[in-house]
Design a protein. Structure first.
Length: 331
């Protein structure tokens, strides 16, 4: 029997600026089970990071959650105040930023920062907290972790700082970790090691992951499910195999076609596909499907809001003209 860790219902986060309202996240819904990894993919500016920050209660003015609910392990956390959020951030929910210096304080030693992260949520001794920190550094591939605990962030390379930030997120064995492209600065071998540790963590502790990225190769090897986001809306969602092997939304097809693949004949010589145009400016989203201005399959029908189509096998998408070479598993 699966256990629900996270349920998001019609979440919308808007930014109210002098130029107008920016609908950064616009009606997003999904659920996540214990130990499950969801890949959240899309172009820059599609709303991936804002969605992650919304789930952590980290949206400041002029941004605001305008609708929707967030449930963590069945409890509604949507309207938590800052005291309540502080009690679960880093404990029940952790966030790994793309830039590790958003996490690390440059004037404090690594052990000071990590031990504080443990003892803020658990009544353990200083020695016990330090040992947990040492184990966390070793888990993410940092050599001589005992000595490294006594270092300062400026004494680490960019990739090493990111590993420290990942170790901090793992410290309290949270129910959910939101990963905002955390392996971008790491070399391939270390990236593989971190991804393996993340998968192992999910299997052993039931921690669920939301992996925010634009790298489909990472999603293919890591995620159980994939959600594709465009202009603040999830346009297609399903199992990793479903989405990457049999994408039905034109935007998803475009993302996959623009990714280099050594498995395709002549891949080293062929020209990569390019999705025409640019993502829409969030202040001036087109009516109806926001992708229709770039879509080769669009018609006048696409100027209306596309309905949410749900198949019995868990696949969902929003499109009037999907690619239907496959037969849906209808009830």
């Amino acid at each position: 029997m699966t256990t629900e860790v996270l349920r998001v219902e019609n979440l919308a986060t808007h930014f109210f600026t002098k130029a107008g309202t920016v609908k950064a996240v616009d009606g997003v819904s999904f659920r996540l089970e214990a130990g499950e990894v969801m890949g959240l993919v899309g172009e820059s500016g599609s709303g991936k990071s804002v969605l992650g920050y919304s789930l952590m209660g980290l949206i400041d003015a002029p941004g605001k959650r305008v609708s929707g609910r967030i449930f963590l392990a069945g409890h509604d956390i949507s309207d938590f105040d800052q005291t309540q959020w502080r009690a679960i951030r880093g404990n029940r929910i952790a966030l790994i930023f793309q830039d590790p210096m958003v996490t690390l304080n440059p004037v404090l030693r690594i052990d000071t920062q990590m031990i504080e992260a443990v003892r803020a949520h658990e009544h353990v001794s200083h020695a016990q907290a330090r040992e947990r920190c040492r184990e966390a550094l070793a888990r993410v591939g940092i050599a001589s972790p005992e000595a490294r605990l006594e270092g300062y962030p400026h004494q680490f390379s960019g990739g090493m700082r990111q590993r420290v930030a990942i170790a901090i997120a793992l410290l309290n064995r949270p129910d959910l970790i939101i990963c905002d492209e955390p392996t971008t600065a790491l070399d391939v071998s270390i990236q593989g090691q971190i991804l393996h540790e993340m998968q192992k963590l999910g299997r052993e502790t039931g921690t669920a992951l939301i992996w925010i990225t634009h790298d489909l190769s990472i999603v293919a090897g890591l995620a159980d499910r994939v959600s594709v986001i465009y202009a603040g809306r999830i346009v297609e969602s399903g199992s990793t195999h479903q989405v990457l092997e049999h994408a039905v939304h034109p935007y998803t097809r475009g993302l996959i076609a623009s990714t280099p693949s050594a498995a395709q004949p002549g891949a080293a010589r062929r020209m990569l596909h390019q999705i025409p145009g640019m993502p829409p400016v969030p202040l001036h989203l087109p009516a109806g499907c926001p992708f229709h201005v770039r879509c080769e399959r669009s018609t006048s029908e696409c100027h209306s809001e596309p309905p949410l189509v749900e198949w019995a096998d868990g696949r969902t998408f929003r499109c009037f003209h999907p690619y239907l070479e496959i037969t849906p598993d209808l009830p």
